[in-house]
Design a protein around this ligand. Structure first.
Ligand code: PEP
Length: 249
């Protein structure tokens, strides 16, 4: 059965002292749901976070990685480097990476391959911008993002892929897709997977929703049958809010 997952994307927030303080707050929380919990601090704080949380069931994951193993890529971090500090899962394709760092589907396909080759799990993000939604093109856009970056993979790879549908117009804006909009898109994503890989694989892949998920709206969004969890930005920076979302299952 596919897993429920709540992942916190801290983005470029929290220096070391702030990270330690949030980790301390997270360790005080009580989990009452069965969701898998992940947090993604900045690169500089991955190792301290991994050390601090290794006796808990909160997994520390990375926000990005490069596709090369090593070499002349100033400023970049490889999958091997992540693994060497205990990181086994990486977010790829976040809309901010696509928008501000020019990450194309082709680059993301290479990153996905590199992460899977290292035996890592990938939280693969995609989603339409507001114009696409207004022109009712969201399904075509999402289908292409998934096909271009993932459909060269064999079926077994999907054991290590978590999908995160994040409509760009709902990220950090306070505007959330309605639970029905989220469900419709998640069902479409599952249908797209089923067409290529068969219903059994499509049923096993966790599909997270991201975009202004808060304690007040998490339960309704997570109650939808094809929504298997959330990728949480702003609300993951506060331990009480984040765990209210984790416990909304
Ligand atoms: C995100 O950045 O993945 C995100 C969903 O952010 P927020 O929850 O702040 O909208």
């Amino acid at each position: 059965m596919r897993k429920n997952i709540v992942a916190g994307n801290w983005k470029m927030n929290n220096d070391l002292a702030q990270t330690e303080s949030l980790l301390t707050d997270l360790k005080k929380q009580t989990q009452t749901s069965i969701a898998e919990v992940m947090i993604a601090p900045a690169f500089t704080n991955l190792y301290p976070a991994f050390q601090a949380l290794k006796s808990t069931n909160i997994e520390v994951i990375a926000q990005n990685m490069h596709f090369a193993e090593n070499g002349a890529y100033t400023g970049e971090v490889s999958g091997s480097m992540l693994k060497s500090v205990g990181i086994e899962t990486v977010i790829l394709g976040h809309s901010e990476r696509r928008e501000y760092f020019n990450e194309t589907d082709e680059i993301l396909a290479k990153k996905v391959d590199a992460a899977l080759a290292k035996g890592m799990r990938v939280v693969f993000c995609f989603g339409e911008v507001l114009e696409d939604r207004k022109s009712n093109n969201q399904e075509k856009i999402v289908e292409n993002q998934i096909k271009n970056a993932l459909f060269h993979l064999g079926p077994a790879a999907f054991q290590n892929i978590i999908l995160a549908y994040e409509p760009v117009w709902a990220i950090g804006t306070g505007e959330t897709a309605s639970p029905e909009q989220a469900q419709d898109m998640h069902a479409f994503i599952r249908k797209t997977l089923a067409t290529k890989y068969g219903a059994d694989i499509a049923e096993e892949v966790s599909i997270l929703y991201g975009g202004s998920v808060k304690p007040a709206n998490a339960e309704e969004i997570f109650s939808k049958p094809d929504v298997d969890g959330g990728l949480i930005g702003g609300a993951s920076l506060n331990a009480d809010d984040f765990f209210a979302i984790v416990n909304a299952f």
